[in-house]
Design a protein around this ligand. Sequence first.
Ligand code: NAD
Length: 244
Amino acid sequence: MIVIVTGGSRGIGSSIVERLCADGVGVLFTHSGSDEEAAELAGRVGPLAHPVRLDVAGDDAPGRLFDLAESLGDVTGLVNNAGVTSRIGPLTALRDEELRRVVDVNLVAPLRLCREAARRWADRPSKAGKSDRSIVTVSSVAARTGSPGEYVAYAATKAAVETMTVGLAKELAPGVRVNAVSPGTIETSIHARAGEPGRAWRVAERIPMGRPGKPEEIAEAVAWLLSDKASYVTGAVLNVAGGL
Ligand code: NAD
């Protein structure tokens, strides 16, 4: 049993890899960061974790990724976790290439990966009313707040993947369950990459629970949605956001 996790080398993705491997699930994870970072995670987690350096927005990414995963075993899940923000700031400050990159990584890549999964899984027999394959996409509560002044383009891509989740859940039922997890503000290095390392705690006063979330709190929800324990859950967008 193999699950593909995009963006698995750090932050939320690495917690998802660790959580799934702890349950005995084999994971093929992509990353675009340093090979050392990915190798360190694979070394820590053990032989169930398989890293691959691959840009999810690359033309050949879906085919390459599923070919590799299928060479490892029966692919039962896909987690669309890889995501990027633009620099913090208003939409007017964004250059075309920055805007396109956010859309390509956060929206076009998950759409193409879901399409690849649906095509590859189309001929798998599934018993009536039972799904044995599952897709989980990591969205953001920004889909509903809109992130004015910070990440409007990013927020728009997250709203789109939530709509993708609702539509695909109906299109692929009963064989494949399709859900999303919508994190609030989580302590990862994504904020430093956007230009403000301390952002997670700066916005904490807006979070009813008074603190940012931890990557492992998102991983727990992703693992549950992927598993048979969520056997009747499809088309759901689960907020894991401390009340935000
Ligand atoms: P992160 O920057 O810590 O990690 C991102 C991971 O994605 C890394 O492994 C990186 O190598 C990989 N990645 C980035 N671009 C890639 C590409 N083009 N191809 C392949 N891999 C790529 O980010 P994070 O905070 O862990 O975010 C993970 C997901 O959670 C993203 O989709 C993000 O939008 C979402 N999210 C994060 C927060 C937060 O506050 N951290 C909040 C809501 C949603």
